[in-house]
Every structure is written in C-alpha cells, then in structure tokens.
Design a protein around this ligand. Sequence first.
Ligand code: MLT
Length: 242
Amino acid sequence: MLETKNISVCFTADQFEKYADGKSTVVVIDLLRATSVISTAFSEGVKAIIPVQTLEEALSYKGREGYIVAAERNAKPIKGFNYGNSPFHYINSDVKGKILVLTTTNGTKAIHNARKHKVITASYINIAAVAKHLIKEHKDVIILCSGWKGVFNLEDPIFAGSLANLLIDSDRYESSCDSLFTSRQLLKNSNGDLFNYLSDSSHRKRLKTLNMEDDTRFCLSPPITSDIIPILKDDKLVILKD
Ligand code: MLT
C-alpha cells in the first residue's frame, strides 16, 4: 500500500504564506475567470502566458510581435488592452502561437505568491488531466484559491472540493485540513447545480451586473475539455510535458 500524501486548501492568495512548505505542488484556482481563461487560451493555441502583477508591466508588451495583452480589474476590461478576462476572447480568435500577457485582480496574484513552488493552474476545463497528473506525481498538494482581494469567495473552494474528491477517491491522498473539509461540503451542498447555488455569491453578482453571465456559465460548466496543464516555468505559464 503506497503511503498517502497530504492535500490542503488555502482560501485566498494572501494566506498562502501560512501554507507554503517549499515542496508541495500548488494548484492555483481562479474559477471565475482567470484559470478558466488560461485553460481556454491554451486550448485555442496560445503558446505561453506571462502572468504579471501590474497594468504597466502588461502594457510594456503591447505592440510587440507575437504578443497579446489582456487585463482585468474588478471584473472589468481595461482600456488600452487587446482583451479583458473573458474566455470568449480566445475562442475562434487569432491567438494561435501567440504569447498572452495577462494581469487580473486576484488570479495572477495567486500565481505570483506561489511562484517558489511547482505551480500548475486548474479549471473545470482541465480538471481530469490535473487530477491524473497529481495522482501519478504523488506529492503533497496545496490547492490555492485566489479569493477576492484577500477575502473568501465561494466558487474557488467549490472547485477545490471537486479536485479534492478526485484525489481522495484515488486512495492516495488524505487530509485533516478544515478548509478542504469545508470545500467538499460546499460542493456537496451545491447538489451539482453550481450556477444556481452561486446565485447570491459576490462574484457571480459582480459579473451579472456587467452582463457577463455567459462567462459564469462557461466557467462553471465549460463546453470544452482539455488535457493541457499550464505549469509555471521562469515566470511564464507553458504546457506541462508529462
Ligand atoms: C480575478 O482575477 O479575480 C478574476 O479573474 C476576476 C475576473 O476576471 O472576473
């Protein structure tokens, strides 16, 4: 019987230092919408993604051959950028072979905070591939929820519950983390209907006021799947070669 490995869930990017152990694989989640956008962009042929922390740094790439720049703050696109943070920007779009420079309110910050670990990103688009990779790798795992500006959000922990269930059901992981227990309970309470369960969640309401309900539907129940696992290498997300 193989020894079991540990999984924990961190609810916000700002709390990551309390979980950092220098050895676990970190799975960054920003379900609405950064890591769903990252999965979509790679599945549509983007070559690499550079997550940056500031609008100024992202803009410094604008106009460079082979680069597209995308920015979101408070769920809104930012003037002067090619794109905001909608997965629909990348579908049937001219992004194949391009390098995407991306800055978002929380998701790219979570990736930055975990950069000293092995970092991969996950969404419901690539969750099966991510679970398969983690089970094969068999290392401790920290599921890092981005949250919203340092506080808990509802959608990221629900996704963490989905991923934790896949890992624990493999009998190769265990957890005594209350955040993980809570995440699994939240997923169970949603009864598989995430869109309605999140009706009163802060970020779904934020996106609704911006007429972005289609983005929410896409990220919670994507019409596409992908085996691509984005991994952070030298501050750039590239496709993991297993
Ligand atoms: C984030 O970084 O918090 C999200 O991606 C925001 C969004 O795009 O709605």
